[in-house]
Design a protein around this ligand. Structure first.
Ligand code: SAM
Length: 216
């Protein structure tokens, strides 16, 4: 599985992918993540990626040419070009699962900034538009990391104990994870439920099942 992330702030992405689970997945060779500076596909001395909006108005808009050139360079036959945008399809766990089963997945992810992208990018260059929620962030870097992290941790062999995936929130589409506790058994008068200390695995299983909250 391979991701190519296009951004004007590569450091933001690098910092995250070189820590924790995603970093382990990279080291195991289960995922390849390349981070590209969009400015590498500009052709002027100032490495310009944005310009003022046609028709006037505030802010700047990401230009089509650098993104077009980058996609031409990075795209292979089965590449999915994804774009981060508040008006895209809302990202959900079932979508992450679908992507995680495609072992030959190659995805280019475009991180927006400013007022967003020239609409011709949306209209002509993109296969998948996604949003991470109904709010507006300053850039698409966090959204791209949400997508990459969410898919990567589901890949077989990435998590030390894959059993943890089966109990996770959203896994069955209906319930959240059960409550978790660890030592000390009592802190500040707050106690771990007796049942978890009983050693009776069947009773613990039943209790956990009963504690799973519905997300419907
Ligand atoms: N003018 C745009 C609008 O009102 O919809 C907002 C642009 S936002 C300031 C800049 C970039 O951040 C977007 O192009 C997108 O790449 C990213 N972004 C912001 N919120 C997002 C969200 N909820 N999901 C995915 N990407 C988001």
């Amino acid at each position: 599985m391979k991701f190519d992330i296009l951004t004007i702030f590569p450091e933001i992405i690098e910092e995250y992918i070189n820590k924790g689970i995603v970093s382990i997945a990279k080291e195991k060779g289960l995922v390849e993540i390349n981070v590209h500076n969009l400015r590498n596909w500009t052709e002027d001395n100032h490495k310009t990626v944005d310009d003022t909006p046609c028709g006037g108005g505030p802010g700047m808009v990401l230009k089509v040419e650098p993104i077009y050139r980058a996609i031409q360079d990075l795209k292979k036959e089965n590449t999915i070009v994804a774009i981060t945008t508040p008006k895209g399809e809302k990202l959900v766990q079932s979508k992450l699962k679908d992507f995680s089963t495609k072992s030959d997945l190659h995805m280019i992810i475009l991180c927006g900034r400013y007022e967003g992208f020239d609409q011709r990018i949306h209209d002509n260059l993109v296969d998948y538009e996604f949003s991470i929620g109904d709010y507006v962030l300053s850039g698409g870097e966090l959204a791209s990391l949400v997508l990459v992290d969410g898919i990567t941790r589901l890949l077989p062999g990435v998590l030390g104990n894959e059993e943890s995936l089966s109990d996770e929130s959203f896994n069955d589409g209906e319930t959240f994870d059960y409550p978790q506790y660890t030592r000390p058994i009592e802190f500040n008068g707050w106690k771990v439920p007796e049942i978890l200390l009983s050693g009776d695995h069947e009773k613990i299983r039943q209790w956990r099942e009963s504690q799973k909250a519905s997300n419907r």
